[in-house]
Design a protein around this ligand. Structure first.
Ligand code: UTP
Length: 298
C-alpha cells in the first residue's frame, strides 16, 4: 500500500494569486495585488519568507492573467544584478540575489478561470501528491515574533491533523469571513464542528473568522473535486473544509501576531504605516513626520 504521508513534514506551500484584486482597481488592472509593496517588499515576498521560516522548500503559485511579474520577481534578474555590481551597490545586490535562497523551488500553474479559492487550491493537486501542504493567502500579512505558519506547523506536528488559522473579529465585520464553530481544546486551539462562508452577522456561529493560512492533509482534494459553486457563485475552500469534517479532525488555531488585511485599501495603508514605523531606514523619520506634521493637520 502507498505510504500515507500525513506524519511527514510540511514541505510544500500553495499560494493562490489568481484573484482579480478588484478592490484595488485601477492599481490591479495590469499588475497583481500580491506585488503591491508594504514599505519596500511585495506582499507575496512576505508570504514566501513566512513559508521558508516554517520549513517549506517548495513554493507553488496558482497564477492567472496579469501575474507574470510574480514569476519575474522570484527569478534571477541578470541585468539588474550586473548593473548593481557595476556601480558597487553591494547591499542592494545582496537583496536582489537573496529573494529566493538556495534550496527553495518555485513552480507556477495557471488557473485559467478565476472560479474561486477552492478551485485555485484544487489546481495544485498533482503537484502535492500524498503529503501535507500549506496554503497561504499573501494578502493577509501577519506580523509576529514567531511566524504564523511556523506556529501552525508546530500544531500540525503535534496533532497530525489539518489546521486553519482563525482570529477574533469584532461585530458585523465577521460576515466578510469564513466563520467557524468549535469546541475549545486548549488555549488558542478549537476542534472544528462546522464552518460557513460569509454568513450574515446574525447567523455567524462565533466571532472566529478564518484568515489566510491553512495546513491540509491531501484528503482535502477529494472534497475540492466534488465542490459545487457556493457563496458568491464561487467554488469555496470553506465548503470543502466543511465536507472534510466527515473524514477527519480539523483544528482551528488562534495564532499569535497582528494581521493586516492587505486585500483592502485601509489594511494595506495600516500595514505600511506600522511596518514603516519599525523599518530601520525610515522608522524614526516617519514617527517624527506623523507626530509633528501629520497630527497637526488632522
Ligand atoms: P479574494 O476573495 O481576496 O479575491 O481572494 P480577489 O479577487 O483576490 O480580490 P477582490 O475581492 O476582487 O478585491 C482570496 C485569495 O484567493 C485567491 C486570490 O488571489 C486571493 O489571494 N483567488 C481567488 C484565486 O487564486 N483564484 C480565484 O479564483 C479566487
Amino acid at each position: 500500500m502507498a505510504h500515507i504521508g500525513y506524519g511527514d513534514k510540511v514541505r510544500k506551500a500553495v499560494f493562490p494569486v489568481a484573484g482579480m484584486g478588484s478592490r484595488f482597481l485601477p492599481a490591479t488592472k495590469a499588475s497583481p495585488k500580491e506585488m503591491m509593496a508594504v514599505v519596500d517588499k511585495p506582499l507575496i515576498q512576505y508570504a514566501v519568507e513566512e513559508a521558508i521560516d516554517a520549513g517549506i522548500t517548495e513554493m507553488i503559485f496558482i497564477t492567472g492573467r496579469t501575474k507574470r511579474s510574480i514569476a519575474d520577481h522570484f527569478d534571477k534578474a541578470y541585468e539588474l544584478e550586473h548593473q548593481l555590481e557595476l556601480h558597487g551597490k553591494t547591499d542592494l545586490l545582496a537583496i536582489a540575489q537573496n529573494i529566493v535562497p538556495k534550496g527553495i523551488s518555485c513552480t507556477y500553474i495557471r488557473q485559467t478561470e478565476t472560479l474561486g479559492l477552492g478551485h485555485a487550491v484544487a489546481t495544485a493537486s498533482h503537484l502535492i501528491g500524498n503529503e501535507p501542504f500549506a496554503v497561504i493567502l499573501a494578502d493577509d500579512l501577519i506580523s509576529s515574533k514567531k511566524g504564523a505558519l511556523c506556529q501552525m506547523v508546530d500544531i500540525y506536528e503535534q496533532y497530525n491533523s489539518a489546521v486553519i488559522a482563525v482570529q477574533k473579529i469584532d461585530g458585523a465585520a465577521i460576515s466578510a469571513y469564513g466563520v467557524i464553530s468549535g469546541v475549545k481544546q486548549r488555549d488558542r486551539i478549537y476542534q472544528l464542528d462546522s464552518i460557513v462562508e460569509k454568513p450574515p452577522y446574525a447567523d455567524a456561529p462565533s466571532d472566529l473568522g478564518v484568515t489566510g493560512r491553512y495546513i491540509f492533509t491531501p484528503k482535502i482534494f477529494a472534497h475540492l473535486a466534488a465542490l459545487k459553486p457556493g457563496a458568491g457563485g464561487e467554488y469555496q475552500l470553506t465548503d470543502a473544509i466543511q465536507a472534510l469534517l466527515t473524514d477527519e479532525q480539523v483544528l482551528a488555531f488562534e495564532y499569535e501576531g497582528i494581521r493586516y488585511d492587505c486585500g483592502s485599501k485601509l489594511g494595506l495603508l495600516k500595514a505600511n504605516i506600522e511596518l514603516g514605523l519599525r523599518h530601520h531606514e525610515i522608522g524614526d523619520e516617519l514617527r517624527t513626520y506623523l507626530k509633528n506634521e501629520l497630527l497637526a493637520k488632522l
